[in-house]
Design a protein around this ligand. Structure first.
Ligand code: SF4
Length: 340
Protein backbone atom coordinates (compact mmCIF):
# COMPACT_ATOMS: atom_id res chain seq x y z
CA UNK A 1 0.00 0.00 0.00
CA UNK A 2 1.33 3.45 -0.96
CA UNK A 3 2.58 5.58 1.93
CA UNK A 4 1.18 9.08 1.81
CA UNK A 5 1.75 11.24 4.88
CA UNK A 6 -1.44 13.27 4.70
CA UNK A 7 -5.02 12.52 3.81
CA UNK A 8 -6.04 13.88 0.42
CA UNK A 9 -6.64 17.63 0.85
CA UNK A 10 -10.32 18.54 0.80
CA UNK A 11 -11.88 21.95 0.77
CA UNK A 12 -13.61 21.87 4.13
CA UNK A 13 -10.78 21.05 6.52
CA UNK A 14 -9.49 18.20 8.65
CA UNK A 15 -11.82 15.98 10.65
CA UNK A 16 -10.69 13.89 13.61
CA UNK A 17 -12.96 11.32 15.18
CA UNK A 18 -12.38 8.30 17.37
CA UNK A 19 -14.26 5.27 18.59
CA UNK A 20 -13.48 3.09 21.57
CA UNK A 21 -12.65 -0.45 20.49
CA UNK A 22 -15.78 -2.26 21.60
CA UNK A 23 -15.56 -5.05 19.01
CA UNK A 24 -18.23 -5.80 16.44
CA UNK A 25 -20.43 -2.78 15.80
CA UNK A 26 -24.21 -2.70 15.67
CA UNK A 27 -26.82 -0.75 13.75
CA UNK A 28 -26.95 1.92 16.49
CA UNK A 29 -23.21 2.56 16.03
CA UNK A 30 -23.68 2.71 12.28
CA UNK A 31 -26.60 5.13 12.25
CA UNK A 32 -25.17 7.17 15.14
CA UNK A 33 -21.65 7.73 13.82
CA UNK A 34 -20.23 5.44 11.18
CA UNK A 35 -22.64 6.38 8.41
CA UNK A 36 -21.69 10.01 8.95
CA UNK A 37 -17.96 9.16 8.94
CA UNK A 38 -18.37 7.53 5.53
CA UNK A 39 -20.12 10.61 4.10
CA UNK A 40 -17.62 13.07 5.58
CA UNK A 41 -14.84 11.45 3.57
CA UNK A 42 -16.18 13.16 0.45
CA UNK A 43 -15.77 16.68 1.81
CA UNK A 44 -13.08 16.60 4.47
CA UNK A 45 -9.66 15.12 5.03
CA UNK A 46 -10.59 12.55 7.65
CA UNK A 47 -8.57 10.90 10.39
CA UNK A 48 -10.33 8.01 12.10
CA UNK A 49 -8.86 6.48 15.22
CA UNK A 50 -9.51 3.40 17.37
CA UNK A 51 -8.96 5.04 20.76
CA UNK A 52 -7.49 2.16 22.74
CA UNK A 53 -5.88 4.39 25.41
CA UNK A 54 -9.28 5.86 26.22
CA UNK A 55 -10.55 2.30 26.64
CA UNK A 56 -8.15 1.91 29.57
CA UNK A 57 -10.04 4.49 31.64
CA UNK A 58 -12.71 1.90 32.37
CA UNK A 59 -10.74 -1.38 32.29
CA UNK A 60 -11.57 -3.46 35.35
CA UNK A 61 -10.55 -7.05 34.65
CA UNK A 62 -7.66 -8.83 32.85
CA UNK A 63 -10.25 -9.96 30.29
CA UNK A 64 -11.07 -6.31 29.49
CA UNK A 65 -7.40 -5.83 28.59
CA UNK A 66 -7.18 -9.08 26.63
CA UNK A 67 -10.19 -8.00 24.58
CA UNK A 68 -8.66 -4.72 23.37
CA UNK A 69 -6.63 -6.07 20.40
CA UNK A 70 -9.29 -8.42 18.95
CA UNK A 71 -11.89 -5.70 19.50
CA UNK A 72 -9.82 -3.24 17.47
CA UNK A 73 -9.59 -5.63 14.51
CA UNK A 74 -13.31 -6.47 14.62
CA UNK A 75 -14.27 -2.81 14.83
CA UNK A 76 -11.97 -1.64 12.06
CA UNK A 77 -13.21 -4.45 9.82
CA UNK A 78 -16.71 -3.04 10.38
CA UNK A 79 -15.47 0.46 9.49
CA UNK A 80 -13.99 -0.76 6.22
CA UNK A 81 -17.02 -2.88 5.39
CA UNK A 82 -19.23 0.17 6.02
CA UNK A 83 -17.28 2.23 3.49
CA UNK A 84 -14.38 3.88 5.31
CA UNK A 85 -11.79 4.08 2.57
CA UNK A 86 -8.14 3.96 3.71
CA UNK A 87 -7.11 5.56 0.43
CA UNK A 88 -9.18 8.62 1.34
CA UNK A 89 -8.83 8.65 5.13
CA UNK A 90 -6.18 7.89 7.72
CA UNK A 91 -7.29 4.91 9.81
CA UNK A 92 -5.13 3.99 12.80
CA UNK A 93 -4.90 2.94 16.44
CA UNK A 94 -4.35 5.71 19.01
CA UNK A 95 -1.51 4.06 20.94
CA UNK A 96 0.49 3.45 17.74
CA UNK A 97 1.20 7.17 17.70
CA UNK A 98 2.79 7.60 21.15
CA UNK A 99 3.25 11.36 20.56
CA UNK A 100 -0.35 11.71 21.71
CA UNK A 101 0.75 10.80 25.25
CA UNK A 102 3.48 13.46 25.21
CA UNK A 103 1.03 16.08 24.04
CA UNK A 104 -1.46 14.98 26.70
CA UNK A 105 1.17 15.59 29.39
CA UNK A 106 2.12 18.97 27.97
CA UNK A 107 -1.49 20.11 27.62
CA UNK A 108 -2.09 19.15 31.24
CA UNK A 109 0.30 21.99 32.11
CA UNK A 110 -2.15 24.55 30.73
CA UNK A 111 -5.41 22.96 31.88
CA UNK A 112 -6.86 24.00 35.25
CA UNK A 113 -8.21 21.08 37.26
CA UNK A 114 -11.47 22.98 37.86
CA UNK A 115 -12.27 22.90 34.13
CA UNK A 116 -12.05 19.11 34.13
CA UNK A 117 -14.01 18.58 37.32
CA UNK A 118 -16.91 20.61 35.90
CA UNK A 119 -17.35 18.49 32.75
CA UNK A 120 -20.89 17.01 33.00
CA UNK A 121 -19.87 13.62 31.56
CA UNK A 122 -17.16 13.30 34.25
CA UNK A 123 -19.72 13.80 37.01
CA UNK A 124 -22.08 11.37 35.31
CA UNK A 125 -19.35 8.73 34.94
CA UNK A 126 -18.37 9.05 38.60
CA UNK A 127 -22.01 8.58 39.55
CA UNK A 128 -22.37 5.51 37.31
CA UNK A 129 -19.23 3.97 38.82
CA UNK A 130 -20.51 4.57 42.34
CA UNK A 131 -17.23 6.23 43.25
CA UNK A 132 -16.32 9.56 44.79
CA UNK A 133 -14.54 12.19 42.71
CA UNK A 134 -11.44 11.69 44.85
CA UNK A 135 -11.22 7.94 44.26
CA UNK A 136 -11.53 7.68 40.46
CA UNK A 137 -8.30 7.35 38.51
CA UNK A 138 -6.66 10.44 37.07
CA UNK A 139 -7.16 9.09 33.55
CA UNK A 140 -10.87 9.61 33.87
CA UNK A 141 -10.46 13.21 35.04
CA UNK A 142 -7.90 13.89 32.31
CA UNK A 143 -9.95 12.22 29.58
CA UNK A 144 -10.87 15.54 27.88
CA UNK A 145 -7.18 16.55 27.85
CA UNK A 146 -6.24 13.34 26.05
CA UNK A 147 -9.19 13.88 23.74
CA UNK A 148 -7.91 17.38 22.98
CA UNK A 149 -4.44 15.96 22.28
CA UNK A 150 -6.03 13.42 19.90
CA UNK A 151 -7.62 16.20 17.89
CA UNK A 152 -4.95 18.89 17.79
CA UNK A 153 -1.96 16.57 17.35
CA UNK A 154 -3.14 16.31 13.73
CA UNK A 155 -4.20 19.99 13.63
CA UNK A 156 -7.76 18.84 13.00
CA UNK A 157 -10.21 21.73 12.96
CA UNK A 158 -13.53 19.88 12.93
CA UNK A 159 -14.92 17.16 15.16
CA UNK A 160 -18.24 15.44 14.42
CA UNK A 161 -20.09 15.05 17.72
CA UNK A 162 -23.48 14.43 19.23
CA UNK A 163 -25.01 17.07 21.51
CA UNK A 164 -23.66 15.35 24.66
CA UNK A 165 -20.06 15.78 23.45
CA UNK A 166 -20.32 19.53 22.78
CA UNK A 167 -18.98 20.50 26.26
CA UNK A 168 -15.86 18.39 25.56
CA UNK A 169 -15.15 20.27 22.35
CA UNK A 170 -15.77 23.58 24.11
CA UNK A 171 -13.20 22.52 26.68
CA UNK A 172 -10.76 21.56 23.90
CA UNK A 173 -11.19 25.03 22.45
CA UNK A 174 -10.43 26.61 25.84
CA UNK A 175 -7.31 24.47 26.24
CA UNK A 176 -6.16 25.45 22.74
CA UNK A 177 -6.82 29.15 23.44
CA UNK A 178 -4.75 28.94 26.62
CA UNK A 179 -1.93 27.13 24.88
CA UNK A 180 -1.89 29.56 21.96
CA UNK A 181 -1.99 32.58 24.30
CA UNK A 182 0.92 31.30 26.34
CA UNK A 183 3.14 29.81 23.65
CA UNK A 184 2.03 31.50 20.42
CA UNK A 185 -0.39 30.50 17.72
CA UNK A 186 0.08 26.77 17.25
CA UNK A 187 -3.23 24.92 17.01
CA UNK A 188 -6.54 25.67 15.29
CA UNK A 189 -9.50 25.85 17.69
CA UNK A 190 -11.50 22.74 16.85
CA UNK A 191 -15.13 23.25 15.90
CA UNK A 192 -17.91 20.84 16.84
CA UNK A 193 -19.83 19.59 13.84
CA UNK A 194 -23.17 18.54 15.23
CA UNK A 195 -24.47 15.33 13.76
CA UNK A 196 -28.16 14.73 13.95
CA UNK A 197 -28.22 11.00 14.26
CA UNK A 198 -31.50 9.24 14.98
CA UNK A 199 -31.63 7.59 18.38
CA UNK A 200 -31.81 3.86 17.68
CA UNK A 201 -33.81 2.09 20.34
CA UNK A 202 -32.83 -1.53 20.91
CA UNK A 203 -34.89 -4.68 20.50
CA UNK A 204 -36.15 -4.32 24.08
CA UNK A 205 -38.08 -1.27 22.89
CA UNK A 206 -36.90 0.77 25.87
CA UNK A 207 -33.18 1.51 25.83
CA UNK A 208 -30.72 2.89 23.33
CA UNK A 209 -29.33 0.04 21.20
CA UNK A 210 -26.32 -1.29 23.07
CA UNK A 211 -24.18 -4.39 23.08
CA UNK A 212 -24.03 -4.48 26.89
CA UNK A 213 -27.85 -4.65 27.06
CA UNK A 214 -27.93 -7.35 24.36
CA UNK A 215 -30.69 -5.49 22.52
CA UNK A 216 -28.63 -4.88 19.39
CA UNK A 217 -28.35 -5.98 15.76
CA UNK A 218 -24.76 -6.53 14.69
CA UNK A 219 -23.63 -5.27 11.29
CA UNK A 220 -21.71 -8.51 10.80
CA UNK A 221 -24.58 -10.87 11.67
CA UNK A 222 -25.83 -13.27 8.99
CA UNK A 223 -29.26 -12.64 7.42
CA UNK A 224 -30.66 -15.58 9.40
CA UNK A 225 -29.27 -14.31 12.71
CA UNK A 226 -30.59 -10.82 11.96
CA UNK A 227 -34.06 -12.20 11.23
CA UNK A 228 -33.93 -14.34 14.37
CA UNK A 229 -33.08 -11.36 16.56
CA UNK A 230 -35.61 -9.03 14.94
CA UNK A 231 -38.24 -11.70 15.71
CA UNK A 232 -37.52 -11.19 19.43
CA UNK A 233 -38.23 -7.43 19.30
CA UNK A 234 -40.76 -6.01 21.73
CA UNK A 235 -43.85 -4.52 20.09
CA UNK A 236 -47.00 -2.77 21.31
CA UNK A 237 -47.50 -4.39 24.75
CA UNK A 238 -51.27 -3.89 24.58
CA UNK A 239 -51.61 -5.88 21.39
CA UNK A 240 -52.23 -9.31 22.82
CA UNK A 241 -54.13 -10.99 19.96
CA UNK A 242 -53.70 -10.90 16.18
CA UNK A 243 -57.14 -9.25 15.87
CA UNK A 244 -56.30 -6.37 18.23
CA UNK A 245 -55.50 -3.13 16.38
CA UNK A 246 -51.92 -2.10 17.15
CA UNK A 247 -50.37 1.24 18.07
CA UNK A 248 -47.36 1.75 15.80
CA UNK A 249 -46.42 4.97 17.57
CA UNK A 250 -45.42 3.01 20.69
CA UNK A 251 -43.84 0.09 18.79
CA UNK A 252 -40.11 0.06 18.13
CA UNK A 253 -40.53 -2.27 15.15
CA UNK A 254 -42.43 0.58 13.53
CA UNK A 255 -39.71 3.12 14.35
CA UNK A 256 -37.16 0.76 12.77
CA UNK A 257 -39.40 0.46 9.70
CA UNK A 258 -39.17 4.25 9.43
CA UNK A 259 -35.40 3.90 9.07
CA UNK A 260 -35.15 0.84 6.86
CA UNK A 261 -38.37 0.73 4.81
CA UNK A 262 -39.60 3.03 2.05
CA UNK A 263 -42.12 5.79 2.96
CA UNK A 264 -44.78 3.83 1.10
CA UNK A 265 -44.03 0.68 3.08
CA UNK A 266 -44.09 2.69 6.33
CA UNK A 267 -47.54 4.04 5.44
CA UNK A 268 -48.72 0.49 4.71
CA UNK A 269 -47.34 -0.79 8.04
CA UNK A 270 -49.20 1.98 9.86
CA UNK A 271 -52.46 1.34 8.06
CA UNK A 272 -52.34 -2.44 8.38
CA UNK A 273 -51.23 -2.36 12.02
CA UNK A 274 -53.91 0.05 13.21
CA UNK A 275 -56.61 -1.97 11.44
CA UNK A 276 -55.28 -5.37 12.56
CA UNK A 277 -54.67 -6.48 8.98
CA UNK A 278 -51.04 -7.26 9.76
CA UNK A 279 -49.66 -9.51 12.45
CA UNK A 280 -46.50 -8.68 14.38
CA UNK A 281 -44.70 -11.83 13.18
CA UNK A 282 -45.13 -10.81 9.53
CA UNK A 283 -44.31 -7.22 10.35
CA UNK A 284 -40.99 -8.25 11.89
CA UNK A 285 -40.19 -10.55 8.98
CA UNK A 286 -40.81 -7.64 6.62
CA UNK A 287 -38.52 -5.42 8.72
CA UNK A 288 -35.79 -8.09 8.86
CA UNK A 289 -35.89 -8.42 5.04
CA UNK A 290 -35.38 -4.67 4.66
CA UNK A 291 -32.59 -4.53 7.24
CA UNK A 292 -30.90 -7.44 5.48
CA UNK A 293 -31.13 -5.64 2.11
CA UNK A 294 -29.63 -2.56 3.76
CA UNK A 295 -26.77 -4.58 5.24
CA UNK A 296 -26.03 -6.68 2.15
CA UNK A 297 -23.50 -4.28 0.54
CA UNK A 298 -21.59 -4.20 3.86
CA UNK A 299 -21.63 -8.00 4.03
CA UNK A 300 -20.32 -8.16 0.49
CA UNK A 301 -17.40 -5.80 1.33
CA UNK A 302 -16.75 -7.73 4.53
CA UNK A 303 -16.43 -10.97 2.53
CA UNK A 304 -14.00 -9.26 0.14
CA UNK A 305 -11.86 -7.95 3.01
CA UNK A 306 -11.90 -11.28 4.79
CA UNK A 307 -10.60 -12.81 1.57
CA UNK A 308 -7.44 -10.74 2.02
CA UNK A 309 -5.82 -12.05 5.21
CA UNK A 310 -3.78 -9.41 7.03
CA UNK A 311 -5.48 -6.53 5.18
CA UNK A 312 -6.90 -4.84 8.30
CA UNK A 313 -3.48 -4.89 9.98
CA UNK A 314 -1.91 -3.51 6.83
CA UNK A 315 -4.41 -0.64 6.77
CA UNK A 316 -3.73 0.13 10.44
CA UNK A 317 0.05 0.03 10.02
CA UNK A 318 -0.09 2.32 7.01
CA UNK A 319 -2.48 4.65 8.86
CA UNK A 320 -0.19 4.79 11.90
CA UNK A 321 2.78 5.75 9.70
CA UNK A 322 0.83 8.53 8.05
CA UNK A 323 -0.59 9.79 11.35
CA UNK A 324 2.79 9.61 13.04
CA UNK A 325 4.45 11.70 10.35
CA UNK A 326 1.96 14.52 11.06
CA UNK A 327 2.26 14.01 14.84
CA UNK A 328 6.05 14.23 14.83
CA UNK A 329 5.98 17.47 12.92
CA UNK A 330 3.47 18.93 15.40
CA UNK A 331 5.53 17.81 18.40
CA UNK A 332 8.69 19.39 17.03
CA UNK A 333 6.84 22.68 16.85
CA UNK A 334 5.34 22.19 20.34
CA UNK A 335 8.70 21.34 21.95
CA UNK A 336 10.32 24.33 20.36
CA UNK A 337 7.51 26.71 21.42
CA UNK A 338 7.47 25.35 24.98
CA UNK A 339 11.22 25.74 25.32
CA UNK A 340 11.94 22.01 25.65
S1 SF4 B 1 -47.88 -4.89 13.45
FE1 SF4 B 1 -45.82 -4.07 13.37
S2 SF4 B 1 -46.01 -1.94 13.97
FE2 SF4 B 1 -47.87 -2.98 14.61
S3 SF4 B 1 -47.50 -3.56 16.75
FE3 SF4 B 1 -46.95 -5.31 15.46
S4 SF4 B 1 -44.78 -5.10 15.06
FE4 SF4 B 1 -45.54 -3.12 15.81
Amino acid sequence: MALDTTPAPKSKGVIFSGMRPTGLLHLGNYMGALQNWVELQNEYSCIYCAVDIHALTTVETPQDTADIQPNIEDMVLDWLAAGIDPEKSIVFVQSRVPEVMSLHTLLSMVTPLGWLMRVPTFKEKVRQMNESEESVNYGLVGYPVLQTADIILYKADTVPVGQDQVPHIELSREIVRRFNNRYGDTFPEPQAKLTEAPLIVGLDGQNKMSKSLDNHLELAASPEETARRVATAFTDPQRLRRNDPGRPEVCNVYSLHKLFSTPQEVATVYEECTTAQRGCVDCKRHLADNINSFLEPMRERRREIQGRPGYVREVLEDGAKRARAIAQETMQEVFQKMGL
